[in-house]
Every structure is written in structure tokens, then in C-alpha cells.
Design a protein around this ligand. Structure first.
Ligand code: NAP
Length: 323
């Protein structure tokens, strides 16, 4: 098999391509860009596409996937598509309708993976970030295990082949894993992960439970001012990563992506730039020796780009625990 189609088995027996294409872009970027970039990504060899209700681009990403099926580049079963349940839909009765809404926008019959985007529930309604008269986010109280049971029903209905979570800490993963009557474990936990936040402990825990860790912001994040402190260090300008790139005649981005694959992490890479999309798939063309992996491990400083301040103060805010 072509190395760029490399996959990892999930605990429910389905397979996930180890390199995924990220589609999140700031609000001001036209959604048509997500469509163009997704088509380029599929042409380049990406088979795993990551999106979400929250990204407001599922119509365009669905169009891109369907056009690549229509022109014969891929079959539906070649594509692994992930969508995410947004925080305003955590109440169990809202879970399936939310997935059905995504499917309608996508014009697909199923998603390959449906994940709880973030463990904090927000007040249900049409606003992504419901706020009170003081501009403060309005939280909701929903038992995360009840949300999970509704996710299990989506899998049983065939609307999602696999189900998982995102931005969960160890304690929250354990809550689900220890839930009485659990039918399906989360197949993955999609979290921020890169050399400055390498998630070593969470990765070890996930591996011990058969949960695949999926890395987002693996290139140092989109650095959108609304989400990321602009004084945060620029990962791809790190001198050590730069030196390794030079040594291996690769780019810093490829070093950051390759690092994840070699530690058993599924990695997402977002780019809406054709040249970089084609560059990122070259991650399968080289290897890092163990001494260089250790050098990258040494860069860890538990530095988080995306602190998700909207959820601070919620009892399920995940980033206060050590991991
Ligand atoms: P990322 O993958 O860390 O990096 C994106 C940035 O790197 C973009 O600015 C991109 O620019 C640039 N880039 C891409 N390839 C490059 C290369 N070869 N050389 C230099 N620069 C390069 O971005 P992210 O959006 O933070 O994370 C990736 C994906 O993870 C998202 O798109 C989304 O699907 C997912 N995600 C999930 C969550 C969650 O809560 N579950 C949170 C954040 C992200 P250009 O586009 O201009 O090329």
C-alpha cells in the first residue's frame, strides 16, 4: 500500500489514516477556501479530513469530498471524515439531531468519526457562544456520561462509524471508561499536541486504554488572535526544529508532523496553501532517528496555544488538571 495511506486500527475495529487534513480557519476566511483546499488535499493524497459543526464549513467540505468521489479520485469508503458535537448540543436529546444536521450539510450518509468537541456544556440554542447581558458565556450542566450514551446511539444507528472525544483530560476519560453499562469506549481523544506540549503522560494513559491520541495544532496552531496569545512562541521558528530540518533536508513543519507519527499519534495538519498541503504529505518520505526524537521530546514545556478561555469556570474545564 502507498505509504501515504498508512492507517491505525481503532478499538472498535475501524481504521483511521494517521495523517489528517485540518479544515478550521478563522471566521474572516471565506468558506469556499475550505472547499478548494479539501479538494487539493484529497488530490495530494490526504484521506482523513477533520471538520466540525463549529467550523461552519461542513457544506463546503462535503461538496469537496463529494466532488472527488464524483470525479473518480476516491470512493466514499476511502475517506475518513470526522465531525464534532458542539458544546451547545450536549443534552442527550440534542446529540443525534446535531449529527443529522451535520450530515445534511455534508450530504453524506454517515461520518467516520463523531467526537465530543469539548467537555463543557453550553446553554442550548442557535448561538455558538451563548452569552448573558454582561457578555459572559452561559454554561449548561449536563452529565458527560449522558452525552456519551447519546453518542453510542449514533454509532448504533450507523450515523457515525466510530465515536470519540476531544479536549478531555485523564479524569474525564476515566469517567467515561468507568461508566456503568458502557457499550463503546471512545476510540480517540483529539487534543492539542506538538513539541511544546507533547502530552507525554496523556499519550501514555491513552495508549494503556486503547484510545488513539489525535494531535491538533501540531504545527503550532492557527495563531488566531481571538484564540491564541500573540506573544506565544512560534513553533516552526524553533531553532532546534530548524536545525533538525536542515539536518534531514526537510522543513520544520515536516519535522513536527513526523515527530507525532513516530510516537504513535495520529496527526492533523491544516493548510489552505497548495504548496504546503503538498509538502505536508511528504511526511511519509523520511524518518527521524531515536536520538532526534529525544531532542524534540526535550522541547516540551507544557505550553498550550489554545486555552479555550470561553470555558474557564465551567466545572468540566479540562485544562486545570495536570493532564
Ligand atoms: P496547525 O495544523 O497547527 O497549523 C496551521 C498553520 O500552519 C496555518 O497557519 C498554516 O498556514 C500553517 N502551515 C501548514 N503547513 C505548513 C507548512 N508546511 N509550512 C509552514 N506553515 C504551514 O493548525 P490548527 O488549525 O491549529 O490545527 C489543525 C486542525 O486541527 C484544525 O484545522 C482543526 O481541524 C483541528 N483542531 C481541532 C481542535 C479541537 O478542539 N478539537 C482545535 C484546534 C484545531 P496556511 O493555511 O496559510 O498554509
Amino acid at each position: 500500500m502507498d505509504p501515504k495511506f498508512q492507517r491505525m486500527v481503532l478499538s472498535d475495529g475501524h481504521f483511521i489514516p494517521v495523517l489528517g487534513f485540518g479544515t478550521y480557519a478563522p471566521e474572516q476566511v471565506p468558506k469556499s477556501k475550505a472547499m478548494e483546499a479539501t479538494k487539493i488535499a484529497i488530490d495530494a493524497g490526504f484521506r482523513h479530513i477533520d471538520s466540525a459543526y463549529f467550523y461552519k464549513n461542513e457544506k463546503e467540505v462535503g461538496l469537496a469530498i463529494r466532488s472527488k468521489i464524483a470525479d473518480g479520485t476516491v470512493k466514499r469508503e476511502d475517506i475518513f471524515y470526522t465531525s464534532k458535537l458542539w458544546c451547545t448540543f450536549h443534552r442527550p436529546e440534542l446529540v443525534r439531531p446535531s449529527l443529522e444536521d451535520s450530515l445534511k450539510k455534508l450530504q453524506l450518509d454517515y461520518v467516520d468519526l463523531y467526537i465530543i468537541h469539548f467537555p463543557t456544556a453550553l446553554k442550548p440554542g442557535t448561538e455558538i457562544f451563548p452569552t448573558d447581558e454582561h457578555g459572559k458565556t452561559v454554561f449548561d450542566t449536563v452529565d458527560i456520561c449522558a452525552t456519551w450514551e447519546a453518542m453510542e446511539k449514533c454509532k448504533e444507528a450507523g450515523l457515525a462509524k466510530s465515536i470519540g472525544v476531544s479536549n478531555f483530560n485523564r479524569r474525564q476519560l476515566e469517567m467515561i471508561l468507568n461508566k456503568p453499562g458502557l457499550k463503546y469506549k471512545p476510540v480517540c481523544n483529539q487534543v492539542e499536541c506538538h513539541p511544546y506540549l507533547n502530552q507525554g503522560k496523556l499519550l501514555e494513559f491513552c495508549k494503556s486504554k486503547g484510545i488513539v491520541l489525535v494531535a491538533y495544532s501540531a504545527l503550532g496552531s492557527h495563531r488566531e488572535p481571538e484564540w491564541v496569545d500573540q506573544s506565544a512562541p512560534v513553533l516552526l521558528e524553533d531553532p532546534l526544529i530548524g536545525a533538525l530540518a536542515k539536518k534531514h533536508q526537510q522543513t520544520p513543519a515536516l519535522i513536527a508532523l513526523r515527530y507525532q507519527l513516530q510516537r504513535g499519534v495520529v496527526v492533523l495538519a491544516k493548510s489552505f496553501t497548495e504548496k504546503r498541503i503538498k509538502e505536508n504529505i511528504q511526511v511519509f518520505e523520511f524518518q527521524l532517528p531515536s536520538e532526534d526524537m529525544k531532542v524534540i521530546d526535550g522541547l516540551n514545556r507544557n505550553f498550550r496555544y489554545v486555552t479555550a478561555d470561553f470555558a474557564i469556570g465551567h466545572p468540566n474545564y479540562p485544562f486545570s488538571d495536570e493532564y
